[in-house]
Ligand binder design. Structure first.
Ligand SMILES: [Zn+2]
Ligand SMILES: [Zn+2]
Length: 312
């Protein structure tokens, strides 16, 4: 007979098994390595395929949509719950983030919450600071944290790290169709490219520049936060890990490069914290707020920000 009075075993924080590792290897090859091959092909085919305003617009347009999907949706809304939004807005942001090809929303959130829990200590899935000393250790750490960690890693148990998302049936449904959203993110620029040029070559150019090159560009921008900005940059606010700010990259990263600010105030919808630090992700949240689609912004008070300021 089962002893119902016995204390329940706490949910395991991470899971590691051959099936999960096979999925991780598949995702790594399909969504991380294959787009690089596509980007090389895009460059090689430049002399024979159309490349002009349409391709640049598709690259930039899709990069902005998916980049904001990651920073505003995956990161600020779903991982850190820095504001609340209507079900339709949540779904739209989850779909936009999914099209980036950086993993399903529930997995992404679980991995990122684990990163905040263990930052730069054992258990952090992608710290650049745990691979030994000397230039070899630095290089190994950078490559690991930038993207090699994704080949095979402990999987944070979503029941432990993302129970709130598992209770949201819409978001679970979006997560289950992750592959479909990535394909949609490739199909859209393909279709637009084909229609604009009225040719198969135009469609292929749209796929390469608005799809695969765009995935590579955004992936490396987001991964650089994990690698470079846990190693170099400024640290204006007290936080126990080695997170840093890289202000010059603020526009390129949609505000994500205020990474020390973010670790110091993870509940904050603004990563820039002050108006003079550019933060496109926060600009979108303010725009959503202005039209009633975002509410309950947990912006830290000026006193709380001042209290964490590191005095020289
Ligand atoms: Zn975060
Ligand atoms: Zn971090």
């Amino acid at each position: 007979m089962v002893d119902t009075t016995a204390p329940r075993e706490p949910a395991r924080r991470t899971i590691s098994n051959p099936y999960l590792h096979r999925l991780q290897r598949r995702h790594f090859l399909l969504f991380d390595v294959a787009p690089i091959v596509g980007a090389v092909a895009a460059l090689a085919l430049l002399p024979v395929l159309p490349f002009g305003v349409t391709e640049i617009a598709l690259l930039v347009g899709m990069w902005i949509v998916t980049g904001l999907g990651i920073t505003v949706g995956y990161h600020r809304l779903f991982t850190h719950r820095t504001f609340t939004a209507s079900p339709a807005t949540r779904t739209a942001l989850a779909v936009a983030g999914s099209m980036a090809g950086q993993g399903g929303v529930v997995s992404w959130v679980a991995i990122h919450r684990r990163h905040h829990e263990c930052s730069d200590r054992e258990g952090d899935p992608h710290s650049p600071n745990l691979s030994g000393d000397g230039w070899r250790g630095v290089l190994r750490g950078l490559l690991h944290s930038h993207f090699l960690w994704m080949r095979r890693h402990e999987y944070p148990n979503v029941a432990h790290y993302a129970p709130d998302l598992l209770r949201d049936r819409r978001i679970v449904a979006v997560g289950r169709r992750y592959d479909t959203w990535v394909l949609l993110g490739l199909a859209l620029p393909t279709l637009i490219g084909g229609l604009v040029h009225l040719s198969w070559a135009g469609a292929l150019s749209g796929l390469l520049w608005g799809g695969l090159v765009r995935i590579v560009v955004l992936e490396h921008i987001i991964w650089a936060i994990n690698s470079l900005l846990h190693r170099w940059g400024t640290k204006p606010y007290a936080s126990r890990e080695n997170s840093r700010n890289g202000g010059v990259f603020a526009l390129l990263t949609f505000g994500e490069s205020w990474h020390n600010n973010h670790h110091a105030f993870p509940e904050s919808p603004t990563f820039g914290l002050q108006w003079y630090r550019p933060d496109p992700g926060f600009w979108l949240i303010r725009a959503l707020q202005a039209v009633g689609l975002a509410r309950d912004l947990r912006t830290p008070t000026a006193e709380r920000i001042a209290a964490k300021k590191v005095t020289a």
